[in-house]
Design a protein around this ligand. Structure first.
Ligand SMILES: C[S@@+](CC[C@H](N)C(=O)[O-])C[C@H]1O[C@@H](n2cnc3c(N)ncnc32)[C@H](O)[C@@H]1O
Length: 213
């Protein structure tokens, strides 16, 4: 085999059967590679977050960002994006006059990318990206909140937002609506749809529900 040309080696490999052991090795190897990529690149910083609360990075489309901004029209003041990814919503919110505009993100690569995007757009130091677990962020002062997370966490997030946000806050959710809240406005279609929720209306609705019980 030592003197074989590469073509001969390749032809030999093609005719050889892998067998159960070979297939198992390839499966384990591929599994480890995918796991390493998940832990190292896509989800670093998530070790302390329970698996059921981990949400992967899927950036909002241009249409999603536009719909979120449309729903925020007429609002001003501070804005936070919970799970800010590469920072695109925070950046656009800053362009629309929201200040301070802050993104909370656990993935350090995405924080670096966000800062790079901000620098490239000429907004270095004008927007903030914090490497923090969104579940631990104090939201009591937030007036404008955006979220683009997975349906599996929205029910739990509803409780946190309702407990912490002031009455005059608005929450805008992209792609997936909150399961138990009634939106005050909806923008866009299909996967680009976004929902706006008034905290005041939400709290009034809940207290009426509790009164009836
Ligand atoms: C679907 S992406 C949305 C990114 C961005 N908001 C956008 O619309 O383009 C969700 C982001 O939330 C981040 N994330 C998930 N769980 C988090 C947590 N507990 N704390 C902070 N960030 C989190 C993920 O790393 C990911 O970047």
């Amino acid at each position: 085999m030592d003197n074989d040309t590469p073509d001969e080696v390749f032809a030999e490999l093609k005719t050889e059967h892998l067998g159960g052991w070979g297939v198992a090795q390839i499966a384990v190897g591929s599994g480890l590679a995918v796991y390493a990529m998940w832990v190292g690149i896509l989800q670093p910083g998530f070790r302390r977050v329970p698996l059921r609360l981990q949400v992967p990075y899927i950036p909002a489309s241009r249409a999603q960002v536009a719909n979120v901004i449309t729903l925020l029209r007429g609002r001003k003041g501070s804005l936070v994006d919970l799970g800010s990814g590469d920072g695109r919503i925070v950046l656009e919110a800053h362009r629309q006059g929201f200040a301070p505009a802050v993104g909370y993100e656990l993935n350090p690569w995405l924080i670096r990318l966000s800062n790079f995007h901000a620098w490239r757009a000429g907004f270095h130091g004008k927007v903030t990206y914090r490497r923090e677990d969104l579940w631990k962020v104090d939201l009591t002062e937030c007036k404008n909140v955006t979220v683009f997370l997975a349906p599996s966490v929205l029910s739990l997030l509803q409780d946190k937002l309702q407990a912490e946000l002031p009455d005059d806050a608005i929450v805008v959710a992209g792609r997936f609506p909150f399961p138990d809240w009634k939106p005050c406005r909806i923008e866009g279609q299909g996967v680009d749809r976004a929902w706006a929720y008034s905290m005041q209306a939400q709290k009034q609705h809940n207290s009426r529900k509790n009164d009836k019980l």
